[in-house]
Ligand binder design. Structure first.
Ligand code: NOJ
Length: 736
């Protein structure tokens, strides 16, 4: 449809029809024969509004979406198709590792391919928009939604934001779907890591650390943005004109659709900034929030507000136009299903090539945290290997937010190991329950009988332990597949004890006493506290929730078919008391190691190190690389400068290194971070190969928000740090 026709369509709509476009309801409204009944009363939504609703939340599947669309259109006056939006966060049916694992690949190009697959599969299943990527910067592992983020660094997150949006929207007309970046803004900074909690920070920090990834997503052309639940500077984001209107629309030029998060318009009342649906609607509309997701506010209040002349009609028209434009961009007026079909689903979902890609991504995502005496890789059918733990023979490896994935498609760790070990060399015993108590699942709606059935009885527990010990005595190597329960991370998964669950740690203690070689596979949706395990284990692999091909990818790493290359994109704390912890904090007046003050009176803990257990950028491989001294094209920089070095593989085995370039601005008009990532390169070296690599650093990359809030580079001294995850080399230069 031409833009002119779109305008004509808009002009032909009644106010009720217009308001309908701004409302999103979930699938339950569309399940019955008649249109949209069900929980209608609960939300107080009128029949007229329901018959004109603009979009549907989390209904997928070609058949289902087609049926709803066709029924809807057959009853609609203007034949404006519904938009189907869904949470397809790290895979539709082929599930990739959780985004925290994707961050650890440091490979945005690869992740772009993964998100192309996501888009392609989702489109075959009738989705028009995905609520992804989530690009919130995270620094506090207590927050369960670290799972959904690529980590703690603004630059790395921006690369991933761009590549994910590009992947999802790739060949938009024939293959892709629309991307909705979220949760704008700064949701990752929820105080104390508690879900839905307040965010309060300086505008400088907001702009420097938190906003870049959203802006990268917008610049990449994301068609939608979702508001976050949190408050920023005293105003919940859904009603926050500064963030939505001034920054997102006016400064960044975003003219796509803004959608509130689930019920967030209504929550303006709970936040205490609106007294009723009318005020909540007014705040959200004035902030230019277009669609109200699953709250009764727009549906009950917008029409009366318009009729009483209490809201600028132009605001409403603009919002509706944006929604219609998105529908038009998607080609829905020409083909309301965008070619979704059951046949396409059969052809595409879990396609072999998708599984292959998932396996590659999964193996690049895993991070080898420990490998004492080079225990790994193991040799196939050499040692007697015992696999234990609740994640050993378990397909629950896709994590909480893979809502359209199926665990039965997943390769378990046990089946992965069977690719390398025959029955004589591999045994399995669960050995331990996952949790001491599953009661918390009740909060997610799990019925009591189901909860009770999950828990191992004390007898079963004792028997499993005894079997594990007996088998352990005969084994050379014990692999522990341990970790968080799926429901312990993701949305509303905030926790304060981030160690392995107690029951698993008790089990470990018993098994360690056998004195065998011990390998921990840590399954988690966040950085866990592995301080005890660091001492106990010979090798540790952070495997995240590794996705559909998790078990096979892991086995390839354990047996050296793949040399691990993952590097952390979020720090693993030493203790939960350090949180929030991140590598790029500001310099303090009393740095722990270099201060003039001695002893106690420096910035440190009395009972824990300042450093995390495993920092951002860290990770081991089976090869050992060495960085040479740095060569700078000049020591005084005007516009740019080139930094070169040689990277040598000291080992026979080929390997991939992520060479990271950081800077420190030594003196600024405001305090600067101790280290800031500026560039990185992932390079592969054959055995004993040396490669020369170089980075060209530009003046623009040295900009920050100065004392006067100008975004500018300030002349003066800069330090350079180049790292490979284990070694660091440094140099300095002056910006003139
Ligand atoms: C709430 C979550 O915060 C958001 O990420 C998600 O997209 C919506 N619900 C819709 O399911």
């Amino acid at each position: 449809m031409q833009e002119k026709q779109l305008q004509t369509l808009l002009d032909s709509l009644t106010w009720t029809e217009k308001v309908g476009q701004l409302i999103q309801l979930s699938g339950e409204f569309f399940n019955t024969e008649g249109m949209a009944v069900g929980p209608q009363q609960k939300l107080g939504i009128s029949d007229e509004i329901l018959a004109n609703v603009g979009s549907v939340l989390n209904v997928t599947g070609a058949e289902k979406t087609k049926e709803i669309q066709e029924r809807f259109l057959s009853q609609s006056t203007h034949k404006i198709p519904l938009l189907f939006m869904a949470d397809i966060i790290y895979g539709y049916r082929t599930i990739f590792p959780i985004p925290l694992g994707l961050g650890a690949t440091w490979n945005p190009e690869l992740i772009e391919s993964a998100y192309q697959v996501l888009g392609k599969e989702a489109r075959s299943g009738g989705a028009h928009v995905t609520f992804a990527p989530m690009v919130d910067l995270v620094r506090d592992a207590r927050w369960g939604r670290c799972l959904e983020s690529t980590g703690e660094d603004p630059l790395l997150n921006s690369h991933f934001a761009r590549s994910m949006v590009n992947g999802i929207q790739h060949q938009f007309d024939s293959m892709g779907i629309a991307s909705c970046i979220k949760h704008f803004a700064a949701y990752g900074a929820a105080e104390a890591g508690r879900e839905y909690n307040t965010v309060d920070m300086s505008e400088r920090r907001l702009r420097e650390d938190y906003l870049p990834s959203y802006q990268a997503g917008v610049d990449a052309g994301a068609k939608m943005v979702m508001t976050s639940f949190n408050t920023y500077d005293g105003m919940p984001v859904t009603g926050n004109e500064f963030l939505l209107k001034n920054v997102l629309r006016d400064e960044w030029g975003f003219d796509g659709v803004i959608i509130s998060d689930y019920a967030a318009v209504k929550e303006l009342i709970d936040h205490g900034v609106a007294k009723d649906n009318f005020e909540a609607t007014t705040l959200a509309m004035q902030a230019t929030n277009d669609i109200d997701m699953k709250s009764p506010c727009y549906a009950t209040a917008l029409l009366p507000l318009i009729k009483d002349g209490k809201i600028d009609e132009e605001l409403v028209n603009q919002a509706v136009y944006r929604v219609l434009k998105l529908k038009n961009d998607l080609g829905l007026f020409e083909d309301a299903t965008r070619g979704a079909s059951a046949a396409k689903e059969t052809e595409l979902l879990l396609h072999d090539s998708h599984r292959q890609l998932a396996k590659q991504v999964s193996s690049e995502a895993m991070v080898l945290l420990e490998n004492k005496n080079q225990l790994l890789p193991l040799t196939p059918n050499q040692d007697k290997v015992l696999l234990v733990g609740p994640y050993g023979d378990n397909q629950e490896l896709i994590g909480l937010w893979a809502v359209h994935g199926k665990t039965q498609d997943t390769v378990s760790i046990l089946s992965g190991l069977k690719n390398y070990l025959d029955d004589e060399h591999l045994s399995f015993e669960k050995g331990s329950d996952m949790l001491d108590s599953y009661d918390f699942l009740g909060e997610f709606g799990a019925p009591k009988e189901m909860i009770d059935s999950l828990k191992m009885t004390p007898e079963a527990q004792a028997e499993a332990l005894e079997k594990a010990v007996t088998l352990g005595e005969k084994a050379d190597v014990i692999i522990y597949a341990l970790g968080e329960h799926t429901m312990q991370s993701g949305e509303a998964g905030s926790r304060t004890d981030l160690r392995l669950p107690d029951v698993q740690r008790r089990f470990l203690k018993k098994m360690i006493a056998l004195g065998k070689k011990n390998i921990l596979i840590a399954i988690s949706g966040r950085p866990l506290i592995l301080t005890e395990e660091q001492r106990q284990m010979d090798a540790i692999i952070a495997a995240w929730f590794p996705g559909t091909e998790g078990g096979s990818a892991l086995a390839d790493i354990i047996f050296g078919k793949v040399n691990p290359s993952g590097r952390l994109s979020m720090s693993f704390p030493y203790t939960v008391g350090q949180l929030p912890i991140y590598y790029n904090g500001f310099k303090t007046g009393r740095p722990a190691t270099t201060s003039n003050h001695s002893g106690r009176f420096v910035s440190k803990y009395l009972d824990a190190p300042n450093e995390p257990l495993y920092p951002f950028g860290y990770g081991l491989s089976y090869h050992q690389s060495q960085l040479s001294e740095l060569t700078l094209s000049e020591t005084e920089m005007t516009d740019s400068l080139t930094i070169s070095l040689e990277v040598s593989n000291l080992s026979q085995v080929a390997g991939t290194d992520t060479i990271q370039l950081y800077i420190q601005d030594v003196v600024g008009s405001v305090v600067r971070p101790v280290k800031e990532l500026k560039q990185f390169k992932k390079i592969t070296l054959a055995g004993h190969e040396t490669k020369t690599i170089s980075f060209t650093l530009t003046r623009d990359e040295l900009r920050f928000y100065t004392k006067s809030m100008a975004f500018a580079a300030e002349p003066g001294e800069f330090l350079i740090f180049v790292e490979n995850g284990q070694q660091q080399v440094t140099a300095k230069f002056d910006l003139i």
